[in-house]
Structure formats: C-alpha cells, structure tokens
Design a binder for this molecule. Structure first.
Ligand SMILES: Nc1ncnc2c1ncn2[C@@H]1O[C@H](COP(=O)(O)OP(=O)(O)OP(=O)(O)O)[C@@H](O)[C@H]1O
Ligand SMILES: [Mg+2]
Length: 372
C-alpha cells in the first residue's frame, strides 16, 4: 500500500492543500502552530475515520466553514483507489472512488496507518483510559471490524448507564445486559488476540531500544472476572462471565449510577521484569517501551497483512533523547515504510531521509514543497 497524493479542503487551518508524498519519507517542517499536526490528523482521519485528537467532528472543520474534506489516492495491490471523507454540517460521510462507501470493509480495504505522537510517549505513566485508547487504536488497525464493534459496545453501555443513573427498575436494565455481555466478550477477544500477537515483538524491540536487562511485558486481565481463565476462555465463556459480572455488580452499580465491569474499565499492565512500568520505569524506559510497542505493532501488521502500514510521526524526535531518536530514525530508514514526519527542526529527522525524501514547509496553513 502506498499513499500517492493527498488533498485537504477546509480541514482545520488547511484551507486548500495538496501533497504528493514520497514513497518513503516525507517531512513537513514548520514553526509551532502552523498546521503540521493538522496535516497528519487529516491523514489519520482519512484512513481510520477517527479523530486523532479532536473530541468533536466540528473541531476538524475550518473556522467559519460548514464543510470539510480530506481525500487520498492509494495504490493497493496494483490498483489505484481514491478514498475521501467529508464532514458536512457535523455529519461524516466516507467515499470510495467517488461513491459513498457501502461498508467499512470496502472503505478501509487494506489501508492502515500507525500514528505516533508525543502524547503516546506518556501512555505508560498516564491514565488507564489513555492506555485503553492506545491499545484500541492498535486493535482497530489489526481488525478493522473492531471500529463497529466498539461503537456498538459504547452505545449499549451508554444506554445501560443512563438507566442506572435514572434508577430504572432492574428488569429494564437486563434488556441491555445481553448486548453488553455479547459485544463486550467480542472486544475482549479482539484485544487478547492483538496482545498475543504483539507479545514477543515487544520483548525483542524493547531489548533493542531499551538497553535494559529486564524483559518488557504487556499484561491484560479484566478486573472482576470470576470463574474463567481469561487467557484461554472461549468468546462464549467470556460472554457468560461478563453477564455474571454485570449481575453480581448490579446492586452496587445501580447505587453508583455506572457499569463497573467490562472492557471499558480494564487496563493494560506494562511491566519491566517483575515490576510495574507505570510505578517504576524511568522516563527514558517508559518512552522506550512505547517505541517498542509501536515497532512491534508495525512489524505485526506487516506479518499479518503482508504490507507495512503508513506511518505518521508527529514531532516525536523532539521528545526523545538523542540515542532513542537515532534508533527510531535508523529504524524508519531501514524499514522501507512510507512515513510522514513532522518536525520543527529538520536536523532531528535528517537521518531518516534519503534521496527520494520530499520536504514541505508549513506556514499558517499553507504548505509548499521545498528543497531539503
Ligand atoms: N477548526 C479549525 N479552523 C481553523 N484553524 C484551526 C482549527 N483547528 C485548529 N486550528 C489552528 O491550527 C493551528 C494549529 O495547528 P497544528 O496543531 O497543526 O500546529 P503545529 O504546526 O502542529 O504546531 P506545534 O509545532 O505547536 O505542534 C492553530 O493556529 C489553530 O488555531
Ligand atoms: Mg503539532
């Protein structure tokens, strides 16, 4: 998969921008607040239909406008395809080759991106919610159906929580329990599958980057899951276990007004040797761990789908120490992946550049090709 061209219309501060990325490295250089992250956010939105940082779709539409569009031409298995996403009056619509996408499968069909931002670097020390989001982005990349599944789960959960808040009779709640349990079990199976695939890759990548004896581990075990072994349980067993968990917590959840068991409360435990990375890792070690996860994710996508994802790196170099930045740049240069990088300082990313690198300058939402 290669991204051949990109165009933006009224996407954040990018009024009208077109880009022709290199098949390998493309660098967008600019001062703070000029639109570099917006460029990557547009690609991320195009390729995942999810916002990289906005909490509302309307934030993505240029001030004073009601319509926004990002489109990209990709070459996929020898054929070319154009995918586009529009936001019109707050509603998002996806297109494939100019026609409304019939299904998400037809829309995504082989396009995948892995984004890496400075926010990711704090994921080890940050909140469980941040780690869930981080994990779920990776799960979605690996299993695109996860987008619909997690939306279905969120909808059912929201309805159930509303009833809990309204102190509705127990009988009304049970109408949602079946969906929460069924879809919740599916989310667990997806997360478990992805983490299983990443496990050895993370250990290997971390030992390359981390210069630490202790091996890195990702552990995931739902809280309050009684009676089954999460690692080996079937999806059906997990569904029954979640239904039982909802039941067991019902009185308590009813008093507190929210659902306290399910994939939405879980955490990923990151460990270095025997110790919790959240509690004990140094800043450098926790960044190395995030980097190792990303590298493992990229390699896993390549192994399972047969091609490398498009990589988006938003100003990550300025947040890494020189040695880890050098590792990352070398890794990118050797991987052969198509990469879009942003930076305020071209020197930091120069070692990822090659003869075919394209350089762009970003200023007040305007983007122009420049010489490296
Ligand atoms: N919906 C919008 N409409 C118009 N402008 C917007 C919109 N959303 C954000 N902006 C503007 O985009 C600019 C920020 O762009 P962006 O985050 O891409 O900057 P950046 O180049 O990545 O900066 P930094 O180096 O600080 O990360 C700000 O000036 C902000 O006001
Ligand atoms: Mg930025």
């Amino acid at each position: 998969m290669k991204l051949l061209s990109l165009s933006y219309e009224n996407f954040r501060n990018l009024a009208q921008v077109t880009l022709e990325p290199s098949a390998h490295t493309t660098v967008a250089v600019g001062e703070n607040g000029q639109g570099k992250t917006n460029l990557l956010e547009g690609v991320y939105f195009l390729a995942t239909l999810k916002a990289l940082r906005a909490s509302k779709l309307l934030e993505l539409v240029r001030f004073g406008q009601t319509f926004s569009r990002v489109s990209g031409r990709f070459s996929l298995g020898g054929a070319e395809r154009e995918i586009a996403v529009e936001i019109r009056n707050g509603v998002r619509t996806a297109f494939v080759d100019g026609k409304r996408a019939q299904s998400l499968e037809s829309y995504f069909g082989g396009v995948s991106v892995v984004a890496f931002t400075p926010d990711d670097l704090s994921v080890v020390k940050g909140s469980p919610e941040g780690r869930r989001t981080f994990l779920d982005r990776a799960v979605f990349n690996r299993f695109p159906a996860f987008l619909d599944e997690s939306r279905e789960y969120q909808r059912a959960l929201k309805s159930r929580n509303r009833l809990l808040k309204d102190r509705a009779p127990f009988a009304h709640l049970s109408a949602w329990d079946a969906t929460v349990a069924k879809v919740g079990a599916r989310l667990w199976v997806r997360r478990r599958a992805l983490l299983g695939e990443l496990a050895t890759g993370v250990v290997e990548a971390f030992s390359r980057i981390g210069r630490t004896e202790a091996p890195a581990q990702l552990l995931y075990a739902p809280e309050r899951l009684a009676g089954v072994d999460f690692a080996t349980a079937s999806e059906e067993q997990l569904m029954h276990a979640l239904a039982a968990g909802l039941d067991a917590r019902l009185q308590r959840d009813w008093e507190r007004g929210f659902t306290s068991v399910g994939p939405h409360v879980d955490d990923v435990e990151l460990k270095l040797g025997e110790h919790s990375a959240r509690a004990y890792a140094s800043q450098g070690q926790s960044r190395a761990l995030v980097l190792a996860w990303k590298v493992a994710e990229i390699e896993n996508l390549q192994r399972t789908s047969g091609f490398l994802p498009l990589l988006l790196l938003d100003d990550v170099s300025s947040e890494l120490d020189p040695e880890r930045n050098a590792f990352l740049m070398q890794y990118l240069a050797n991987s052969g992946a198509q990469v879009l990088l942003t930076t305020t300082d071209a020197q930091l990313v120069r070692s990822a550049a090659g003869a075919d690198t394209r350089w762009y300058k970003v200023k007040t939402g305007l983007v122009e090709a420049v010489d490296g």
